[in-house]
Design a protein around this ligand. Structure first.
Ligand SMILES: O=C(O)[C@H](O)[C@@H](O)[C@H](O)[C@H](O)COP(=O)(O)O
Length: 232
């Protein structure tokens, strides 16, 4: 599917514009069916965007927020994406949103993935908004090059849900929604910042295997148009 690059003069300008676009999309979903959903990524990039989005005046009590992926750590661990969302997005007006975590206290990450699939099934499909990030290796979500379940994660026929991923660059074992869960969001956003990430994107947009730069699966095969938001 096509992608559109939205370039901004600064991260602050990007955060304001993306927050407006996401708020409008969530409000339209609420008007249409009374509820809305958004799956967001962790990492360092989205913090300012989360903070601005949390102030937007929408019916947050009708919004369900979840994560695109999570590290297999509890919410009180500094590596937790839940902690990042709690501190930066579930604040201000967005405090009244419902949050569905991916991490589940389980003896094994596979059991946590099963529970997360069960609990997230009630969110409804497709997501209204998905915000993806991208690592310097071309990973997105927890679709890491060399990942233990990468082929399954990227296979469009894999049922929607949360699966596990282990990879050298991932740190802890990961919990990640599958490509099939993310690729048809009403608003599918890739949010990246910095010249380095722009170079990584240019390489990903070139030829090469999806497994080498898994963001290519989204850029090449997502059903929804990919809205790329970039600032220096
Ligand atoms: O759990 C995570 O780390 C994210 O979901 C991951 O996919 C992130 O989006 C990229 O690693 C980019 O991270 P930065 O924004 O820190 O570069």
């Amino acid at each position: 599917m096509a992608s559109t690059l939205h370039s901004f003069a600064s991260p602050a300008d990007l955060a304001g514009s993306l927050a407006d676009k996401v708020a409008d999309t969530l409000s339209a979903a609420i008007s249409a069916r009374g509820t809305a959903s958004i799956a967001v990524s962790g990492g360092s990039t989205p913090k300012a965007f989360f903070q601005v989005l949390s102030t937007r005046d929408i019916a947050w009590d009708k919004v369900t927020i979840t994560l695109v992926d999570e590290r297999f750590v509890p919410a009180d661990n500094a590596r937790s994406n839940h902690m990042l969302v709690d501190a930066n997005l579930l604040q201000n007006r967005a405090k009244s949103a419902r949050f569905v975590p991916l991490y589940q206290p389980a003896a094994a990450v596979e059991e946590a993935a099963r529970l997360a699939t069960e609990k997230s099934a009630e969110i409804g499909i497709p997501f209204d908004v998905v915000i993806l990030g991208m690592g310097g290796d071309g990973h997105t979500a927890s679709f890491f090059p060399g990942g233990s379940n990468l082929a399954t994660a990227l296979d469009a026929s894999t049922p929607r849900g949360v699966i596990t991923m282990e990879a050298e660059g991932a740190g802890e074992p990961r919990l990640t929604f599958t490509f099939s869960s993310l690729q048809d969001a009403a608003l599918l956003v890739l949010h990246i910042e910095g010249e380095g990430k722009k170079d990584v994107l240019a390489k990903a947009e070139g030829s090469g295997e999806e497994a080498d730069m898994p963001i290519r699966a989204i850029l090449r095969r997502a059903t929804s148009p990919v809205e790329i938001y970039w600032a220096p």
